[in-house]
Design a binder for this molecule. Structure first.
Ligand SMILES: Nc1ncnc2c1ncn2[C@@H]1O[C@H](COP(=O)(O)OP(=O)(O)OP(=O)(O)O)[C@@H](O)[C@H]1O
Length: 857
């Protein structure tokens, strides 16, 4: 057996752990055992010797292997599964010493999971491949659990953004290719990326003579798709899952959003890495798992075609207006199981009887939903809905078959049987009733034996080792062991003695035979039903994706109704006019009515807004809310505003100054500059650029200069719509010089020495920074803020004398001197200056201390 193990291990390679099936366990040996035992925190034992050294071993029970697999995959391992491909009885036929045949039946990797327990129901799980051919590059990706398969040409510059959008669970690439980002990589040798080989594989897989029918693929796309198929074959062996024919996604079709922007806007994950708190989570009111996955995909890739956006918005608008239809629809959708993934498991040969039940129930519900929506009177009616309904069913033939064949709730284990309904197959029913009859006979036999032996507590029992047996307490055993007894002794335990009898053995054999035949018949029906489902795979997939789209639209309209969102107007203009916009996530976390709505109008004559204002005033919130409104609108959602008019945005950039990225070994400022450079190199006049405190990661002089230059570049060079927040008041001096620059500020009021945040964005510049007031608010000790006030006063004196930190910029045309210093009032200091300690009585001194304390507070 060790020989067999070593040869299979050599096949699996060093980078995969080998799960070696031995009876009811998967065992791991040698180094695999050491690594797996540590990763799973299970006992490491030893078994025999190899070349004079003990063999480390650990194991997991086969029936609970999924949970262990999940943990290993999450820790970055790949696992090759070597299963027994014949029974021990079959092996014995080849000779008493023959070893049971084992083969690798699958290599489990993060991108090739299909099991429910290993996947997040609400997120897609993409396996992606990157290839270069004929001077071009491309990505191909599929979600094996749900069947979707796509390709897209990609440039080197756009690759990080595309990967950030897809967030692949695993990325296949050619050995030696370097790629930025932290993706789980699976390098493959060069021949896997040969485009001619890819073409042949695609043709064979989709049974077509030429690829042209599928689309006008580039060589690089074919190479990437081919590598992906090759990898699936190598890891899934015989059970390569069903994939839909590849669909091309052209780069211009989606708003480009790079990884830094996704991170800073917290589109799918927050800065802490959680889904909760992200835009996607905030907008996810879907009631089905495929709906949730569709919504994530929509928000990850907002559209750029105004007509397509309008089609989605029409559907949301129709459900928005039709509250009752929506409510009934959502109630019905809640009952629809995850058809895509159930089909994915069946197609990969890993389906359970329960999956057949899910298909039956899902399709039945789908037919009901289609009928409901066909009857409903909806505003429009939206053309997209008619198209969607046309792709849903009818599935009467298949659901009829599944209803007739299956019990209401089929289980997870096909080998146990019991999932085929009574009345579906008479022969099966006969075997079952034979088994049942025999069980009745056994009950009668028990009564008979009790009478015959006089042992009241005699029982006929069953276990997996002995099968059926008769059991009595030891004190009654002697009589049953008499020479003329018809009972044959089988086992003596401390508190029971067990027997067999000819009659019982006869009945047991009848039961075993009937059960065996019943199980064989059920297995055959299982295979037939799976095949029947697979012949309808395309229409099931179409139904599932139509329902997912309907779920997304109904969910977005539900949120729009609950939260008072409006339909945005999206067209090919350069407009960006948001009236009374709100931040969807911040608002949702607040009590109703607390969030202060703000306008934003990046018009042709004022498409760059410089937003100044104290810390904590709400600058970042304002900037982000406008970016999020754009994402929502182009993804086809209503938006949190009273009105919104957006000219399609091709790329969205958002940068927040000085975000620490020490983990990647780059200084904060370096990161900031690399990211800013990307904007200046990539943005177009159709882009939206959000720059929040760019330059703050370095010295004041450097920071101001960079912010200044970037603002000029965005305004003069890119002519992109831009919101630029800064605490450098000096930048406001650019206003007269840049014709399309508008100044905005977030208002605060000082009241009795306290700062009141109004969160209102108005025209103009902040009068001062209020940094010290914010510091006091944050609880910085009184003596520190007092000292800071001293330093500030000294600095401002120098500024007045020299012209301020921007003095060197006076040669720049139209640069105005910095604003006059605001007077620093320090009541505490004034009071102390007025005090004459020698003249104070003890009582007056105490009063003074109270007075000073009050002033300090
Ligand atoms: N429009 C608003 N209505 C109500 N509350 C708001 C609004 N905008 C911001 N806030 C609240 O004010 C807090 C500070 O906002 P934000 O972080 O946007 O300020 P900021 O000016 O960017 O500050 P900093 O410069 O320190 O980053 C937020 O946590 C939010 O709770």
């Amino acid at each position: 057996m060790m020989e067999q193990f070593l040869s299979i291990k050599a096949e699996a390679g060093d980078d995969a752990l080998l799960f070696f099936r031995m009876g009811d366990f998967f065992e791991l040996f040698f180094d695999d055992a050491v690594r797996a035992a540590a990763a799973l925190d299970i006992a490491l034992t030893k078994r025999g010797q190899h070349e004079g050294r003990e063999i480390p071993m650990c194991g997991v029970p086969a029936h609970s292997a999924e949970g262990y697999l999940a943990r290993l995959i999450a820790k970055g391992f790949r696992v090759a599964i070597a299963d027994q491909v014949e029974s021990p009885a079959e092996a014995r036929k080849r000779g008493s010493k023959s070893v049971v045949k084992r083969e690798i039946v699958r290599v489990v990797t993060p991108g090739t999971l299909t099991e429910e327990s290993l996947l997040d129901a609400r997120s897609a799980n993409y396996l992606a491949a990157y290839a270069e051919a004929a001077g071009e590059a491309a990505l191909a990706w599929c979600d094996m659990s749900a069947g979707g398969f796509h390709t897209a040409p990609v440039t080197a510059a756009a690759l990080p953004a595309e990967l950030a959008r897809l967030n692949p669970a695993e990325l296949i690439l050619r050995e030696g290719t370097e790629i930025a980002g932290n993706w789980p990589l699976s390098p493959l040798p060069k021949p896997n990326f040969d485009s001619s080989r890819g073409e042949a594989a695609l043709k064979a897989r989709f049974e077509i003579g030429a690829l042209d029918g599928l689309g006008d693929f580039t060589r690089a796309e074919i190479a990437a798709a081919g590598a992906l198929l090759a990898y699936l074959e190598a890891t899934q062996m015989a059970a390569v899952p069903r994939l839909r024919a590849p669909q091309r996604q052209l780069p211009g079709g989606f708003m480009r959003i790079d990884a830094a922007t996704r991170g800073s806007l917290e589109l799918s994950r927050t800065a802490k890495g959680t889904r909760a708190g992200s835009l996607t989570a905030c907008l996810d009111a879907t009631v089905t798992a495929p709906g949730a996955r569709q919504l994530s995909a929509d928000l990850a890739a907002p559209l750029t075609d105004a007509t397509e956006i309008a089609a989605r918005l029409d559907l949301v608008a129709a459900f928005h207006a039709g509250g009752e239809v929506r409510e009934r629809l959502r109630t019905a959708l809640k009952e629809v199981p995850d058809l895509e993934r159930a089909l994915g498991r069946i197609a990969a040969g890993r389906g359970h009887p329960r999956d057949l039940g899910l298909i039956r129930d899902g399709l039945t519900r789908a037919d009901q939903i289609r009928a409901h929506l066909k009857r409903a009177t909806l505003m429009g009616p939206p053309p997209m809905l008619a198209d969607l309904l046309a792709t849903i069913g009818p599935h009467g033939e298949l659901t009829g078959l599944l209803h007739a064949a299956l019990v209401p709730e089929p289980g997870m284990n096909a080998n146990e049987g019991g999932f085929i309904a009574e009345g579906y197959d008479h022969t099966l029913d006969e075997h079952r009733s034979l088994a049942k009859d025999a069980r009745r006979h056994i009950a009668a036999l028990e009564a008979e034996y009790r009478a015959q032996t006089g042992v009241e507590k005699l029982r006929i029992k069953h276990n997996n080792v002995l099968g059926y047996f008769i059991e009595v307490a030891p004190k009654h055993a002697d009589g049953m062991m008499a020479a003329d007894s018809t009972f044959a002794h089988r086992q003596t335990l401390a508190n029971a003695v067990r027997f067999n009898s000819e009659q019982l053995a006869g009945l047991a054999t009848r039961i075993a035979q009937a059960q065996g035949q019943a199980l064989a018949l059920e297995a055959k029906h299982f295979a037939d039903l799976n095949a029947a489902v697979l012949t309808h795979a395309e229409s099931i997939e179409a139904t599932a994706s139509a329902l997912a789209r309907i779920d997304v639209s109904a969910a977005l309209s539900e949120l729009a109704a609950q939260r008072g969102w409006v339909r945005p107007a999206v067209d090919d203009s350069h407009a960006f006019t948001i009236t009374r916009g709100r931040h969807p996530v911040v608002e949702a976390a607040m009590k109703s009515g607390q969030f202060v709505a703000n306008d934003c109008a990046l018009e042709r004559d004022g498409f760059v807004w410089l937003v100044t204002g104290p810390n904590m005033a709400g600058k970042s919130t304002f900037l982000r809310q406008n970016a999020l409104i754009a994402v929502m609108a182009q993804a086809g959602s209503f938006v949190p505003a009273d009105a919104a008019h957006i000219g399609v945005i091709d790329r969205l950039f958002s940068r927040v100054g000085a975000s620490d990225n020490l983990a990647e070994g780059r200084s904060t400022f370096m990161v900031e500059m690399v990211e800013t450079a990307a904007i200046l190199n990539q943005a177009t006049d159709r882009s939206l650029v959000i720059l929040d405190e760019v330059g703050r990661g370095t010295s004041t002089y450097d920071g101001l200069s960079i912010a200044w230059a970037v603002l000029e570049a965005v305004h003069d060079g890119l002519r992109a719509r831009c919101l630029f927040a800064s605490h450098y008041h000096e930048l406001t001096a650019l206003e007269p010089r840049l014709d399309a620059l508008r100044l905005a500020t977030v208002r605060v009021r000082e009241w009795k020495g306290d700062l009141v945040f109004l969160h209102e964005v108005t025209e103009g510049a902040a009068d001062k920074s209020y940094g010290l007031a914010v510091a006091r608010l944050a609880g910085l000790p009184g003596d520190t803020t007092a000292r800071a006030a001293e330093v500030l006063a000294a600095l401002e004196d120098t500024r007045d004398a020299t012209g301020g930190i921007a003095a060197g910029l006076t040669e720049l045309p139209l640069f105005a001197a910095a604003e006059p210093r605001a007077e620093v009032k320090d009541a505490l200091r004034e009071k102390l200056a007025d005090t004459r300690p020698d003249e104070l009585s003890p009582r007056a001194a105490l009063d003074l201390i109270y007075e000073l304390k009050r002033l300090a507070d």
